[in-house]
Design a protein around this ligand. Structure first.
Ligand SMILES: Cc1cc2nc3c(=O)[nH]c(=O)nc-3n(C[C@H](O)[C@H](O)[C@H](O)COP(=O)(O)O)c2cc1C
Length: 172
């Protein structure tokens, strides 16, 4: 697949005016997220955030209408976590730029899963609407996990998944 020019142009433009870091949040609703991630990384992004919301709709059976005023909306939260794990840090592990994993992280275990498959950091979105203290609890939970297992730092844990069988749906 040819490298798309749009991510490269956007990231390059941001890079020229931003200091010290350019951060790109990548949408998963593309045919080949790895190609988009490569284009962003190759044009100066310091960090890639993966993933943004997945497109979805809701319909009102009685009214036979779309529920959302805009028709289509973004699906976030626990439902997207397996896809986010797959397309995010796991799917983009070969991209040189550090990946910040996100999508459905609700607790420390979820966050640790993203670190395990290669995310260098995580973000928490929807969980904050459920519990405003979620991020602090997640941070404490990660620290407790490392402490109980004698893991000295995040760096010792990131990407330490023992076996990875990456599907071939991502182009190379
Ligand atoms: C209410 C809401 C607003 C969001 N606004 C933005 C936004 O302005 N820009 C953006 O890149 N992503 C936005 N996102 C996507 C989140 O950054 C995140 O990628 C997504 O929600 C998946 O993570 P989560 O399951 O932890 O929420 C938004 C998500 C939600 C739920």
């Amino acid at each position: 697949m040819p490298i798309p020019t749009e991510p490269r142009r956007v990231v390059s433009a941001v890079r020229r005016v931003s200091s010290p870091s350019a951060h790109r949040e990548t949408h998963p609703n593309v045919t080949d997220i790895l190609t988009v991630a490569r284009a962003s990384g190759g044009s100066g992004a310091d960090i890639l955030s993966l993933v943004n919301t997945f497109l979805g709709i809701a319909v009102d059976l009685e009214g036979r209408r779309m529920v959302l005023a805009n028709g289509v909306g973004g699906v976030s939260g626990p439902a997207i976590r397996p896809q986010a794990l797959y397309t995010g840090p796991s799917g983009c592990s070969e991209v040189k730029v550090p990946v910040m994993g996100m999508g459905g992280i609700m607790n420390a275990s979820d966050a640790l899963e993203f670190l395990l498959v290669g995310a260098r950091a995580v973000q928490v979105g929807t969980a904050n609407f459920v519990d405003p203290a979620a991020s602090v609890k997640i941070l404490d939970g990660i620290a407790a996990y490392f402490q109980s297992r004698g893991i000295p730092s995040v760096a010792h844990f990131v990407g330490s998944l023992k076996e990875s069988r990456q599907s071939t749906i991502f182009s190379t």
